[in-house]
Design a binder for this molecule. Structure first.
Ligand code: SF4
Length: 443
């Protein structure tokens, strides 16, 4: 028997790109390809690139360069593939360049470079596909593309307008994942709350009922699987309010977690206008207050951009005051960086680099204090924790308030050995800005 053709894979970028990588790898394994650990031992390398920021493009080009040097047979896919000349001008010998979500084109390129081995009697892939994330959590992509036109972003240009998956398709995938042992579903898209707008919320048949392709309908159905459901990238439309009562139930029983990842990006109405984002942030403060009244344990995560063209000192101070009032739990902050092709590049009022640095530092200092204050409130409480990793004295895991990779960790001590992927009830004894520390008191 000849050895199976071997492929090495580099996956760069956001969780959405990770889902693309999982799909490609699932197909490769289904066709008998093996994954190699390094480029040197592989027949072909696939690099899934990220093209969102200039720094991400540089990282992608460096990864392609490394693969070319070590292996020489390289297929490039992902966001940067939407502008192939950027890649071929530096690496004219790459075997193929395909764009985001072009799974078929990637497979065609692989077949051309390295024909598959036929082993029809060997089923190499479990029915739920292969996942690059640990077995107990999985990303669930509900749509591609985006109908918004935020001026700093080229994603709609790269990935096109919103295309939602039918609700029944998403639910079928979720069901398979849960059957395979997944305990937490992370719902992702470019704009989760816009789900279904493109198909006018068309219904599809799921079990004995019709389910609309709609944010709230999908959240309700996913909540029925009895696992944690975490909603990411929720654009702050008014109908987001509808999901808060579901989260209030989720804070007791699991299901749709009391966790909202809403990229607010800024608070000053002028900056938001130039960003082409919704601008009524006073209203947003009122809404946050109402959400917390309905669901007191709600965790709010967000990202912001400082140093956007035209951001004045007054805009920035407004943002800091807004942060004080909003009391968000988890916050990421980026210094504005022009992305080639983004309309924001043509705006006047560029903010000097040292001002951006200064604002970023002040922003982070302020938010760290807020996050630390909110974390401290958890000392003395009991939290359900999903164990991600084992340690000599217990394990590391996450509470309902912590998404994998981007949020904090709960460090737990346990008398009985823990298992990865199990839930434990933990009494919280200590907190810092990001992490919690406690002891297992039950399961
Ligand atoms: S919502 Fe705005 S930032 Fe997000 S993908 Fe769409 S255009 Fe880009």
């Amino acid at each position: 028997m000849t050895a199976a053709p071997r492929i090495s894979f580099v996956s760069l970028g956001c969780p959405k790109a990770l889902v693309d990588s999982e799909r490609i790898i699932t197909r490769l394994r289904a066709e008998g390809y093996e994954l190699a650990r390094g480029h040197a031992g592989s027949d072909v390398t696939i690099v899934n690139t990220c093209g969102f920021l200039d720094s991400a493009q540089a990282e992608s080009l460096a990864a392609i360069g490394e693969a070319m040097k070590e292996n020489g047979k390289v297929i490039v896919t992902g966001c940067m593939g939407a502008e192939p000349e950027k890649i071929t001008s530096q690496f004219p010998k790459v075997l193929a360049v395909t764009g985001p979500q072009q799974y078929e084109s990637v497979m065609d390129a692989v077949h051309r470079a390295l024909p598959p081995m036929h082993e029809p009697f060997v089923d190499l892939v479990p029915p739920q596909g292969l996942k690059l994330t640990p077995r107990h959590y999985a990303y669930l992509k509900i749509s591609e593309g985006c109908n918004n036109r935020c001026s700093f972003c080229i994603i709609p240009k790269l990935r096109g307008d919103l295309v939602s998956r039918p609700a029944a398709d998403v639910l079928r995938e979720a069901e398979k994942l849960v059957a395979a042992g997944v305990k937490e579903l992370l719902v992702i898209s470019q704009d989760t709350s816009a789900y279904g707008v493109d198909v006018k919320y068309a219904a599809s048949q799921w079990k004995d009922r019709e389910v609309q392709t709609k944010f709230i309908s999908l959240a309700r159905e996913l909540g029925e699987f009895g696992v944690w459901v975490r909603l990411h990238y929720v654009y702050p439309y008014p109908h987001v309010d509808d999901v808060i009562p579901l989260m209030a139930e989720g804070q007791k029983t699991g299901g749709v977690l009391p966790y909202l990842d809403i990229p607010f990006q800024h608070a000053s109405p002028d900056v938001l206008k130039r960003m082409k984002r919704p601008g009524a942030q006073q209203k947003t403060l009122d809404r946050i207050k109402q959400w917390r009244e309905i669901c007191p344990s709600l965790t709010l995560r967000s990202t912001f951009i400082v140093g956007f063209p035209g951001e004045t000192d007054a805009d920035f101070e407004f943002l800091l005051d807004w942060l004080d009032e909003a009391e968000l739990d988890r916050v990421g902050c980026f210094k504005f960086e022009p992305v080639e092709g983004a309309p924001a590049n043509d705006l006047d009022g560029a903010v000097p680099q040292e001002v951006k640095e200064d604002r970023w530092n002040r922003f982070m200092q302020k938010q760290q204090k807020i996050s630390a204050r909110r974390q401290k409130k958890k000392v003395g409480t009991r939290q359900q924790v999903l164990i991600d990793e084992l340690t000599p004295t217990g394990g590391k895991g996450r509470s309902k308030a912590d998404a994998p990779e981007i949020d904090g960790t709960v460090h737990v001590v346990s008398r009985r050995p823990l298992r990865v992927g199990e839930f434990a009830n933990v009494k919280i004894e200590r907190a810092d800005e990001y992490d919690l520390f406690g002891t297992v008191i039950g399961f």
